[in-house]
Design a protein around this ligand. Structure first.
Ligand code: R5P
Length: 332
C-alpha cells in the first residue's frame, strides 16, 4: 500500500475532473477541496477548502476547450495557492493548449506558447508536469523545471497487445518522425514484429485543411499504425489515411495522445477508412466523440500519479520506468 502523508495536496480545475479523480484514486489520496464559482458578470472566483500552508500542492488542469476559460482558471488556482502559502506548486497540465503557436512562421504574429508559459510562471507555478507537448523543445519556454511525459508507452503497449503483423508505422508529417520511430522500436521485441516506417509529406492549406501529397516508405498490402501527438480537426490524419488507403494499405489504426476532435473532426473520421482510433484521457472525450464506436480511450492516470508521487518525494521520474521505458515515457 502506497504511503503519502498529508503534506501532498492535489486539486482539480474544471477541465478534467475524471482524470484528477483517477490520479487521486491511484495515489489513494482525497482530492483537495475547492469551490469554483462564477460571478454574474462571468468572472471566476475560487476558494480553497483545505489548508495548504507549507504543503506540496499540485493542480491538474488541461487547457483544452474552452481554452481561455480553463487557462484563466489554472492561473487563478496558482495565484490562490501561492497567496495561501503553499510550499511548492506544480501545474499539472496533461494537455497544454496554445502549444502549436510556438514560432513566428510569418510576420506580425505572436508566439502564444511562450506567452502562456510566461503567465503560468508569473501566476505562481514552481514546476510544470505535462504530457506530449507539441514539440519537446517547448520545455525551454519555461524558466522553471518541466517534467515532460509521453502517452506513447500507454498507447504503444495497447497496440503491442494486438500483435499486429506485417506492420508499417506511419508518421502523418515530418514533425512526427521521431515519435513514429519510437513507436516502431516499441513494437519490436521477442515475439513481436518490428514495424517498418513510412512518412507522409503534408502541406497545411489552412488551420483545418491539410493535403497529404506523397509517402516515403511502403504501405501496399501492409497493416498501418499512424501516430500523432494530437487529433484536432483530424485534417492531418484523415488526409494521410486516405492517401495510404489509395496506395493499398490493409488495416489502419490511429494512435494519438490528445483527442481534441474539434470542428469537423468526427465527420471526417466517420468517412475515413480507419479501423480504430486510440487516444488518451489527457482531455475528456466530447459527448459526440463518446458515441463513436471505433474511438477508444486509454488512461494516463497511473503514469501521472507515479510522476506526482516521485516529484513529491524528490525522486527521479526518468529512472522510474527503467532504461527502455524511460525512452518511451519521457520523450526528448
Ligand atoms: C502537426 O504538426 C501536429 O502533429 C498534428 O498533426 C496536427 O496539429 C493535428 O491537427 P489537425 O487534426 O487539425 O490536422
Amino acid at each position: 500500500m502506497m504511503f503519502l502523508n498529508d503534506n501532498l495536496k492535489i486539486f482539480s480545475g474544471s477541465s478534467n475532473p475524471e482524470l484528477a479523480g483517477a490520479v487521486c484514486k491511484y495515489l489513494r489520496l482525497p482530492l483537495g477541496g475547492a469551490k469554483i464559482e462564477q460571478f454574474p458578470d462571468g468572472e471566476k472566483a475560487l476558494k480553497l477548502e483545505d489548508d495548504v500552508r507549507g504543503r506540496d500542492c499540485f493542480v491538474l488542469q488541461s487547457t483544452c476547450k474552452p481554452v481561455d476559460e480553463h487557462l484563466m482558471e489554472l492561473l487563478i488556482y496558482l495565484d490562490c495557492l501561492r497567496r495561501a502559502s503553499a510550499q511548492r506548486i506544480t501545474a499539472v497540465i496533461p494537455y497544454f493548449g496554445y502549444a502549436r503557436q510556438d514560432r513566428k512562421d510569418e510576420g506580425r504574429v505572436p508566439i502564444t506558447a511562450k506567452l502562456v508559459a510566461n503567465i503560468i510562471t508569473a501566476a505562481g507555478a514552481d514546476r510544470v508536469l505535462t504530457i506530449d507537448l507539441h514539440a519537446a523543445q517547448l520545455q525551454g519556454f519555461f524558466d522553471i523545471p518541466v517534467d515532460h511525459l509521453t502517452g506513447e508507452l500507454v498507447l504503444s503497449d495497447y497496440f503491442r497487445g494486438k500483435k499486429l503483423s506485417n506492420l508499417t508505422v506511419v508518421s502523418p508529417d515530418v514533425g512526427n518522425i521521431k515519435m513514429a520511430s519510437r513507436y516502431a522500436a516499441r513494437m519490436a521485441g521477442p515475439g513481436h514484429f518490428s514495424g517498418d516506417l513510412a512518412i507522409i509529406h503534408k502541406k497545411r492549406v489552412s488551420g483545418s485543411e491539410v493535403e497529404a501529397n506523397e509517402i516515403i516508405g511502403e504501405v501496399d498490402g501492409r497493416n498501418v499504425l499512424m501516430c500523432d501527438d494530437i487529433i484536432a480537426t483530424a485534417g492531418t490524419v484523415c488526409s494521410a489515411v486516405n492517401l495510404i488507403k489509395q496506395r493499398g494499405a490493409a488495416k489502419i489504426y490511429i494512435s494519438a495522445t490528445h483527442g481534441i476532435f474539434a470542428g469537423e473532426a468526427l465527420e471526417r473520421l466517420a468517412k475515413a477508412p480507419v479501423d480504430e482510433i486510440v487516444v488518451t484521457d489527457t482531455v475528456p472525450l466530447t459527448k459526440e466523440a463518446k458515441k463513436v464506436k471505433n474511438i477508444k480511450v486509454l488512461s494516463v492516470a497511473a503514469m501521472l500519479g507515479e510522476a506526482i508521487k516521485r516529484t513529491h518525494r524528490n525522486e527521479s521520474i526518468s529512472s522510474l520506468f527503467g532504461e527502455f521505458n524511460s525512452r518511451c515515457f519521457l520523450s526528448g
